[in-house]
Design a protein around this ligand. Sequence first.
Ligand code: PHE
Length: 465
Amino acid sequence: MTDRDAGVRYVHPEWSSRWAFVLAATGSAVGLGNVWKFPYMAGAGGGGAFVLVYIFCVALIGVPIMMSEIMLGRRARRSPVNTMRVLAREAGASPIWQLVGWMGMVTGFLILSFYSVVAGWTMAYVFRVADGAILAQSPLGVRQAFGALVGDPRQGLLWHTLFMLMTTAVVARGVRAGLERAVKLMMPALFLLLLALVFYAVRNGAFREGFEFLFRTDFTKLTPAVLLGAMGQAFFSLSLGMGAIMVYGSYLPRRSSIAGTTLVIVAADTMVALLAGLAVFPIVFANGMEPASGPSLIFQTLPLAFGQMPGGAVWGGLFFVLLVLAAWTSSISLIEPAVAWLTEARGVHRAAASALAGLLAWSLGILTVMSFSDWAFEFKFLGMQKANGFFDILDILTTNLTLPLGGILIVAFAGWVMPRALAGEELDVRSRTAFELWSWLARYVAPALVTVLLVFLLLGNYLYA
Ligand code: PHE
C-alpha cells in the first residue's frame, strides 16, 4: 500500500492470521477488569442488579461497538487517530472526527497509569502467596497484609515500575511473535484455574449466598451509580471506546468474519468475569466480609481461599502469575494506539515511541501509587463513598466518561457517517438480516442507551449533590 500520509518506509503491520487477532483481542479484553474490577464493582453495586445491567450493556452496546471498531480499523489500516481522519475524509465528513482518536490515546494513558499499579500489586502477590506467608492468616491478617503493601509507596512504586517496563518491552518489539504465543497458552490456563476456584467455592464457601448475590436482581438497587458503573465496566472490560480494539483491527487480515470474531471475544470476556465473581463472593460471605470493600476485594478474599486448599501456595502462586500475564496482554493494548500513531505519523522508531509512552504513563501512575498512602483523600460520587482520591478520579473519568463517550462517537460514525455500502462490504456479514441488526444497534440502540446513561451521570450527580 502506498501512503502519502505515512512516510515512505512505514509499513503497517499485520497479524499472522485471524486466529492471532482473536487471541490478541481476547488478551486485551481479559485482564484485571474481569478478575479484579468486575467483582468489586458488582460488590459495591449490590450484586444482581449490577450484573444484569452489565450483561445487557455487553450485548446491546458492547457487541455493535466492538464490530464497529474492528471494521473501522481494518478499513483504514492506520492508527486510530489517522483511521478516523482518513475515513472521515473518505465519507466527506469533518476532520474533527480524529478527535475521537486523540481522546482515546489520552484515555489509554490515564487507564494504564492506574492499571500498572494494580498489576504491580498482583505481581507482589505472586510472591506473598507462593511463599505461604499470607495464606496462614485470618481475614483480618490478610487485610492488614494488603494494607501494608499498598500503604508503602516504595513498594507500590517498585512493582509499578517493573510492570511498566514489562509493558514497554513488549510494545517496543512489536506485538506479533511473543504475545500471540503467550496468549494462546495463558488464556485457557487462567480459565481452568478460575474454574478450579469456583469448584472450591462450591464446596467450601457460602456458594448459595454468593450465587444469589450475583444473580438475584433487586430492582430497588438500580441507582444511577449502578447503571452508569455497569455500563462503564462493559466498556472497560471489553477494551472499547479508546482505540485499543480499533488498532488491533487495523492489523487484521482482510476477509475474516468480524461478527463471528466479536462474539468469540465477548463471550470469553464475559465468562471470565462471571467466573471470577462466582469464585470471590462465596468466600466473601463465608468469612463475613464486606462485598463493597472496593479495589482490595480480590486481594483479601483469594488468599483466604488458597489458604484452605491443599497445595494452596502453588495454585495460588500460579493463579497470580496468570493474572499478571492477563494484565500484561491488556496493558500493551492500552498504549498501542499512541505508539502506532507515533511510529506511523511521526516516523518515531517503535522502541523510542514505546519508551516515551511508557514514561508518560509511569509518571501519571505515581498519582495512583500515592492514592493509597500519603495522598489519599475521600470524596462522594453519585452517593458512593470513594476513599482513594486520584485513583478513583482517574477510574471514574475514564470508565464512566471518556470510554462511553469515545464508544458512542465510534459507533455513530460507523452507523451514520460511513457510507452504508462501505460498512456492509467491510463487515462482510453473510446474511442481510445480520447486517440490518448491526446497523440498527449501531445507529439507534447503542448511541441512545449510552446517551441516556451518561445523562444519568449528570442528573444523578445533581440529585446526590
Ligand atoms: N479490558 C482490559 C481489562 O479488562 C482493560 C483495558 C481497557 C484494556 C481498555 C484496553 C483498553 O483488564
